[in-house]
Design a binder for this molecule. Structure first.
Ligand code: NDP
Length: 399
């Protein structure tokens, strides 16, 4: 059917490439392009020999002219951005210049301030509409599947959703005292930022990790969960009928938190550049360099993730609750695609989102968050491509 250009060759990209190859009817060809060509070639070597034709290219995605030249050469139907959030805008600029559809998994962040907001990308709405191209924002798991779950709940089970609790549990154990499951810099920026939740039309800020509960997750058991700010709350607050409250919860073990606190206290998580031996370095970027590469965690990580949403609202005048979630096993992901579940749960929806746009199911000129499209074909594809979901109609609620 068509061709995708994927930018990035890290943990998530590895899964996207595997999944595109499993869906070769849609992805007849993929070009894997990233800063480090050898990583693209290594991925190609692993996957070559199937129906999907694979090519590779080197590109610095911070440079719009380089991206435009690459897109013109490859001539893809869509660009799948699984580089870092810092590159979202340059890649969107290049898509505009070449009239190419766009999908990503994380909202734009300026490199010098940890801000998680859609305003920069939403500012492209008119230009994408005029160019007749689609940008699908946040097609990972969270954001991503959590938005699809919300759209599905809204479409099938509720007249009004009043509250959403997004629960992200990772009960995987990689055996290291401290490591992050995806890009350490992005991960630590996220968890050291202030928390926030949405209530009655506004966002309320909290100190990092200030609000804690315990939740007994299906197939995982009881875990400490902490309230975090997370980007999908911003779009869900606008796109879900009747919404009054949205909270995002993530599990953290005590060892992770203790290490993080120490690193913070000694200044290693700072994104302010410092002078070191005549050179400017960003402490967090240095920390990333000494931490285990998330891609190396795959063979070591055992256990499961459970990510889902609990909805409360009304249907036909009666109160209703609904919990929909996916459970993913780190070792099974590793057996299938050679990576742990965090990359897997992000990469599968990135491929599905791209397929939705490429097949025309979600083709609509403009810039959209994932919950703005019909969730049904995406929900079917989750079952088909390795992220089956489960439903409960009387879940335990979080106070
Ligand atoms: P990695 O760090 O493993 O991979 C990032 C890739 O992007 C690397 O191949 C890197 O190249 C490449 N890259 C970085 N800068 C540039 C550049 N200027 N030009 C070209 N390529 C570049 O990250 P992950 O795979 O873990 O994460 C990928 C994305 O997925 C991130 O945006 C992350 O926020 C998002 N994510 C989303 C989740 C969700 O559920 N929505 C969950 C987890 C992640 P090099 O190898 O040279 O460093």
């Amino acid at each position: 059917m068509g061709k995708a250009l994927m930018i990035g060759a890290g943990g998530v990209a590895g899964v996207v490439a595997h999944k595109c190859c499993q869906n070769s009817e849609v992805f007849e060809e993929i070009c894997i392009a990233s800063r480090t060509l050898s990583k693209c070639n290594a991925l190609k070597e692993k996957l070559d020999g199937g129906k999907t034709k694979i090519t590779t290219a080197q590109v610095d995605a911070n440079h719009v002219p380089a991206l435009i030249a690459l897109i013109e050469k490859v001539n893809p139907d869509i660009v799948i951005n699984v580089a870092l959030p810092y590159q979202d805008l340059t890649i969107m600029d290049a898509c505009l210049a070449t009239k190419t559809d766009y999908v990503d998994t994380a909202n734009y962040e300026p490199e010098d301030t940890a801000k998680f907001e859609y305003k920069w990308q939403w500012a492209y709405r008119d230009r994408f509409k005029e160019a007749g191209i689609t940008a699908l924002l946040g097609s990972g798991f969270d954001p991503g599947v959590t938005g699809v779950f919300s759209a599905y709940a809204q479409k099938h089970y509720f007249d009004e959703i009043h509250s959403i609790d997004i629960l992200d549990a990772n009960a995987g154990d990689h055996g290291y005292p401290f490591a992050t499951n995806f890009n350490p810099e992005i991960n630590i920026r996220e968890v050291t930022a202030n928390g926030s939740y949405f209530e009655n039309g506004q966002f309320i800020e909290t100190e990092p990790m200030a609000i804690k509960r315990v939740y007994d997750f299906p197939q995982i058991g009881p875990k400490d969960i902490y309230l975090l700010h997370h980007e999908e709350m911003e779009s869900l607050a606008q796109n879900i009928n009747g919404i009054k409250k949205i909270r995002f919860w993530m599990t953290f073990g005590q060892s992770y938190l203790t290490h993080l606190k120490v690193l913070e206290n000694v200044g290693m998580t700072s994104i302010e550049p410092i002078e070191f031996e005549g050179k400017k370095i960003v402490p967090l970027q240095f920390l990333k360099a000494v931490l285990p590469d998330p891609a190396s965690l795959g063979p070591r990580t055992k256990g499961k993730t459970n990510i889902g949403c609990i909805f409360q609202g009304v249907k036909d005048g009666k109160p209703r609750t609904y919990y929909v979630y996916n459970v993913c096993d780190h070792q099974e992901c590793y057996k299938e695609v050679g990576s742990q579940a965090i990359s897997y749960t992000t990469g599968v929806p990135a491929m599905i989102g791209a397929a939705m746009v490429m097949t025309g199911k979600w083709k609509r000129p403009g810039v959209y968050n994932i919950e703005e499209f019909d969730p049904d074909p995406f929900m079917d594809a989750l079952n088909q491509f390795g992220l089956p979901w489960h439903e409960e109609f009387a879940p335990t609620l979080i106070d």
